[in-house]
Design a protein around this ligand. Structure first.
Ligand code: ADP
Length: 429
């Protein structure tokens, strides 16, 4: 059978009482031994004095021992010369009914013995012992009661924290634990807990927003498909017209597929479920191949496409993941730069050994107010325009993840109306 562990309060009280009991017992025993030694030393000094007085009287005049006996009152003594007793008090040897302390001094001719009653001394010691034996449990009980109350008071914040923590759910993540004194141990604990709650709240809020945004974005193409279908059903169409309807629907399905793929990619990336395989990657080659794939889109918009890659720029990274980043930046450049604009892609080996990829365009640029936020999921500067061109605001979030997962960062140089320059900076290896 297991005995339930006692509460912290009970443990504190018991420890406190245990330590106190040891201290009090040691102190009492020490005091008792000390007092006992002092009392016996005083008694022995008195007996030594008695012996000296008797010796003196004995040497000077034997006849005065009787008078001395009278003077010394309770002290018993005997003076003998060999087997002959010279003098002895009435009750000698001392009666066995009472405790006596006997000391003898002797030389070749005579022997003096003195006995003093030590009942009073023993009584004093006994009284002291009784005081200690009765007092220690009383003191300990008081200390335990006091300790229990004190522990209760000290631990009260823990109870309050537990009570608040119990009431916190996903819906009430804004609640915080009470902090009485932020500098004491409990205050610091509550502070750490509150900081964790703040992070959780922020993460939850982000998740909630993400879900809401994702649902909203998913609804748009679905509504599109439905309305195209409904309109088509209301009229009888010719075969080419039906083909057109199906093509429009497929376009929406494409948009839906891209969105779902991007969502999946971001979610898996954030859960850390996309393993990175780092190898030495020829960055110029990677940028060249992405550029070849997208160039046709720029050609469609009559944009000038300049590829300016240095020879053998390399970095240690996961090429597949980095490709997502480069693709999205280039795709945005094409998307947001008007017809006849210019797009430049360049790679540079940084002097310190890192690799830099630049994507520059002559599009509308990005105002400083939006510069940080465009990397957030679902953030678009002009939602309507962006959606028309097929964007839902995930491209840059994915690009940032793709670069940061590889240990790099994305920098942005842009002024409104003056084009944009995105720079991927990869660390040296
Ligand atoms: P989207 O899918 O809407 O393109 P992104 O995350 O790729 O989403 O970009 C977020 C927003 O940043 C876009 O809506 C757009 O307004 C702005 N943006 C991105 N790239 C450029 C660029 N090269 N020039 C101007 N604006 C851009």
């Amino acid at each position: 059978m297991r005995i339930a562990a006692p509460s912290v309060r009970a443990r504190l009280t018991l420890w406190h009482a245990g330590v106190l009991a040891i201290i009090i017992c040691l102190f009492s025993a020490g005091a008792l031994l000390f007092v006992r030694a002092r009392l016996y030393r005083a008694l022995d000094e008195q007996i030594a004095q008695d012996l000296a007085t008797i010796e003196k009287v004995y040497r000077e005049e034997t006849g005065d021992l009787g008078e001395l006996d009278h003077r010394m009152g309770m002290t018993l003594f005997e003076v003998a010369e060999g087997p002959t007793v010279i003098y002895r008090t009435t009750s000698w040897p001392p009666p066995a009914t009472r405790p006596y302390r006997i000391r003898t001094s002797a030389d070749a001719t005579h022997r003096v013995s003195v006995a003093r009653d030590e009942t009073a001394l023993r009584q004093t010691l006994w009284t002291l012992t009784v005081v200690f034996v009765m007092g220690i449990p009383c003191a300990l009980s008081l200390a335990m009661a006091g300790g229990y109350l004190l522990a209760g008071r000290v631990l009260a914040p823990v109870g309050a924290m537990a009570e608040t923590a119990r009431r916190i759910t996903a819906e009430s993540l804004s609640a915080r634990l009470p902090v009485d004194n932020p500098r004491d141990e409990f205050g610091r604990l509550a502070g750490v807990f509150n900081a964790t709650l703040s992070r959780l709240e922020a993460a939850f809020e982000q998740l909630r927003r993400f879900t809401a945004d994702a649902s909203h974005e998913l609804r748009t193409p679905l509504t599109g498909i439905r309305s195209i279908g409904e309109v088509a059903l209301q009229r009888s169409l010719t075969a080419p017209e039906y083909r057109e309807v199906v093509a429009s629907m497929l376009e929406e399905v494409d948009r839906l597929t891209r969105l779902v793929e991007n969502l999946l990619l971001l979610t898996r990336a954030e859960a850390g479920r996309i393993p990175l395989t780092r190898t030495v990657v020829d960055i110029s080659e990677l940028v060249g191949s992405v550029s070849d794939g997208l160039r046709v889109l720029a050609d469609e918009k009559d944009q000038t496409w300049t590829v300016d890659v240095a020879q053998s720029v390399t970095a240690v990274c996961d090429g597949g993941i980095l490709r997502h980043g480069v693709t999205n930046l280039l795709y945005n450049a094409i998307k947001y730069t008007p017809s006849k604009g210019m797009i430049r892609i360049a790679t540079v080996q940084a002097p310190a050994g890192g690799a830099v990829i630049e994507v520059e365009d002559t599009g509308p640029g990005i105002a400083s107010a939006h510069r940080e936020r465009i990397f957030e999921r679902f953030y678009r500067i002009d939602a309507a325009r962006s959606r028309d061109s097929g964007g839902v605001g995930l491209g840059l979030a994915i690009a940032r993840w793709a670069v940061e997962a590889n240990g790099g960062r994305i920098e942005l140089d842009s002024e409104e109306g003056r084009g944009a320059l995105f720079r991927i900076v990869l660390p040296p290896f």
